[in-house]
Unconditional design. Sequence first.
Length: 808
Amino acid sequence: MHGLQALARARTASGDLENAIHDHLLYSIGKTTAAASLADWRMALSRAVRDLVVDPWFETTRRIYAEDRKRVYYLSMEFLIGRLLEDAVLNLGIEDHARRAMYRFGVNYDEVVDDEPDAALGNGGLGRLAACFLDSMSTVGVAAYGYGIRYEHGLFKQRFREGWQIEQPEDWLTQVHPWEFQRSESVYPIGFGGEVRQKEDGRTVWEPAETVLAAAYDTPVPGWRGRWVNTLRLWSAQATQVYDLEPFSRGDYLAAAAPAVLAETISRVLYPDDSTPQGKELRLKQEFFFTAASLRDLVRRFVAHHKDIRKLPEKVAVQLNDTHPAIAGPELVRILVDEHGLEFDEAFLVARGCLHYTNHTLMPEALERWPVDLMWRVLPRHMQLIERIDEAHAVSTHAANQPRPDSVKIIDGGNVRMGDLAFISARKVNGVSALHTDLMKRTVFRDLHALHPDRIVNQTNGVTPRRWLAGCNPALASLLTEAVGHGWETDLEQLKVIAPLADDAGFRTRFSKAKQTNKDLLTKYLKAKLDITVDPTAMFDIQIKRIHEYKRQLMNILEAAAAWNEMKRNPSAPFAPRVRIFGGKAAPGYAMAKLIIKLINDIGRTVNADEETRDRLAIVYPPNYNVSMAEVLIPAADLSEQISTAGMEASGTGNMKFAMNGALTIGTLDGANVEIRERVGDENIFIFGKTADEVTEAREQGYDPSAAIAASPRLAEVVEQIASGLFSPEDPERYRALVDNLRGHDWFMVCADFDAYYAAQREVDAAWADKNAWARSAVLNTAPMGWFSSDRTIRGYAKDVWEVDARV
Ligand SMILES: *Cc1c(COP(=O)(O)O)cnc(C)c1O
């Protein structure tokens, strides 16, 4: 054990944690034990735990400098972290101490943990991936910084009013955020607009019209047992002047404050659009703001200890999480040319040597494009350099006079295509599952891939088994530890050992008992938070993720309605009793997604009121799905719904969390579902529906959903019920747009896959009837999940992409 760590342990073990909490309550928070609120106790405990991270944090930094390690800079617009206290306590291995200390103060530890607001600085999978990667980089010992935006308001809170989604602002920072350190020495001016001038010595200078300060806030990220601690550095926008004196002295206080308000708007709020960019100027400014600040910071760190800026790629690997930070290409070139005097060609080589890009989606509407005129207005120097990069790429890849396909141009049709910019600026480009990487090569980047056949690599996503198994599922975790010993937390491949125990009746029973414990906890949670009563012995069938047409929550609820119809028609049909749970938010501007939410709630209202079917079907939709709700739902799931239109979900990570926790998947051959099936085996997963190639083929052949509806009496019945207002008698026309779309367009092939889905669900019912076989399958889902640990993913990036050490 690490020396300092041993010291920290010894201190906590000797009851010093209790003293530290007490001291923080008194001297940091300024409260007595008698007057302290739950939030005060949480602050005191968080501060005491944070203290334990600081020494190993410094020690890690010292080692990185001493070994002159190559560092990874993970640039992400989103970090969907969730709660930090419970995770830090888990990673440090001090839960018993923390519990005992709080108990001695007469405070309930679970309530303290539950009081923490989620750090919701992300929308969904992309942001959660970044958070899992932070945890894994610290656990496997990659020298890394996460860089992002310190949004004052994270993802909106979701409420339902009569079943419709209502958005409310999120305000996690109205309380003190006890984990961060403000770094007033790390502040960079970030410019926008203005002009580009040629100086007499031939150099180019960009003179921005407007400047905002990027101020650093650091959060330590401890890995397993605190042996390695990386840094998450988030940038907050500040005005260069707190107020404008001239209007102030005239008494015009609003005008005096206006410039500051405008500047600070940049880090005010997270855009709530998941995979559909809105092309707003403020969004572009956010992207440049955090990318430019991060690059300036890492260049400063490099220059402080190295002479030759051309050697930057030897010490720096930048990962662009999607195209949001793709402006890093031109910005790094600008720094190298305008500030360090390199020639363009050399600067581009150096920049490309540092940059790597992760693609997250193939959907054309989800690929960022910025209008050229907006780019000229906001980032004139970068626009010049983008033209230059585009030209240089054309010259290097196409013989003179040869026509160049539009698909390999960065600037096309009056837009800058950020995917192409990122691809061309990057040394490596990766997809996030085997299927997605293959499709990338065949679709969006086909022509660029032909020009650069070694550039695209695959790195299948993963999730951290600390938060998503050890932390959220103590019942299963302790069974696993009994079976294989400690060690699986950082080497998930060890779980393979339990595969043979799937045939051991005793082990199966204990595995099922752990699941039942979690289902009982979820049952209590639903009762306590929402006053919903469910039957904890029924199958818990869960679909939780952002609401999007391609994820097909619509198909799920249509199937639920079809099953309900069948139950009523045929009361003795062998339907397994189910609680169908939905969770997820829709982007505020995504009308169809919001209508689907309302439909789920309307069908739920009707079905749940039906005495005849109450023992077999309940539909539950708890509002405000987030990381901490996921931590309650996932361990309690029997069935995981991963039913996206094949070819559209790049990877998914929810699918991995569920399988790890012993849920069986019903899903399409999409994203990482393909790799889950390879590992759990065909007989332990319910795969249905069109493949990605079949979806493409059906679209090419002029797919007609009305024919699919006509061919499926069950689907036709449900569609007609919705159209006639059975579920919305107060407004029978409510679902007109939804029904018209299903009958006339159905781009996401809900109708095409419906019958296959219905049939697969009946196989699920049949499988549920044999509890022994189900438990066996559940064990065989958890056992081979080593592949889906984000530790494996990070080791893959370290080796194939970043070429950095992974060593604590
Ligand atoms: C894991 C996770 C996601 C991603 O789920 P998918 O099913 O892969 O889309 C989204 N939101 C939260 C809160 C998560 O924990």
